[in-house]
Design a protein around this ligand. Structure first.
Ligand SMILES: N[C@@H](CCC(=O)N[C@@H](CS)C(=O)NCC(=O)O)C(=O)O
Length: 207
């Protein structure tokens, strides 16, 4: 298998922490989004949507969603699973990653992509030209505020987002905490449950 990624971007970061935690060694090519390399003819042959990450499997299948890549890798390399320890936890991890993607990652992306000059006419990832809309900046901030509250409430009596061990759900939320810093919308000070949980996740991921 071969991975195409851009380590600094949020979806590739989710996958990067996942791979690092599981101790996998996958041949990798960096495709620089800052230099717009995802739009090169060469990369479009691999992923016509021009997004990262993309994992090319031995039989030529290409997986282009972080969640599908993580599911595949966890099935292929079941050691140190990041999808919980039973069917209920598996379902909860999928549920949380969905919520984090829609309410956390997409909210930050909505702010970033509608206010940054770099994303002019590229308000959504991929090849389509989508104009920026100022009103979406404020809406993104509102959505993100709600996300922090939900996360903080859940972490009041949970060590990790699902079960007793680190899962992909924690990795995803951890990535959003730093991604939000890109638009100066970091975790609000009163969300102390998030701050405590963040230290635990940091210890698991960065050791
Ligand atoms: N559905 C994909 C989305 C991947 C995605 O949006 N990646 C962003 C980087 S975080 C990207 O490739 N952006 C390219 C662009 O902005 O043109 C996933 O879940 O991984």
């Amino acid at each position: 298998m071969h991975l195409y990624t851009f380590s600094q971007a949020p979806n590739p970061q989710r996958l990067g922490y996942f791979i690092k935690y599981k101790g996998l060694d996958i041949p990798t090519t960096e495709v620089n989004i800052r230099e717009k390399e995802q739009f090169s003819d060469e990369f479009k042959l691999i992923n016509p949507s021009s997004t990262l990450p993309a994992l090319v499997l031995k039989d030529g299948t290409v997986l282009t969603d972080t969640i599908s890549i993580c599911v595949y890798l966890d099935k292929y390399f079941p050691e140190k699973s990041l999808f919980g320890s039973n069917p209920t936890e598996y379902a909860q991890v999928i549920g949380w990653t969905h919520k984090i993607y829609v309410e956390g990652l997409a909210a930050v992306a909505e702010i970033l992509r509608n206010e940054s000059e770099f994303f002019k006419d590229r308000a959504l990832p991929g090849r389509q030209n989508i104009p920026q809309l100022d009103v979406l900046i404020e809406r993104g901030k509102l959505r993100l505020a709600g996300f922090w509250e939900d996360l903080n409430d859940h972490l009041l009596n949970h060590k990790f987002l699902v079960g007793e061990q680190l899962t992909l759900a924690d990795i995803d939320a951890y990535v959003i905490c730093s991604f939000a810093g890109w638009v100066k919308e970091t975790v609000p000070e009163h969300c102390t449950n998030i701050t405590k949980w963040h230290r635990k996740v940091l210890a698991e991921l960065e050791d």
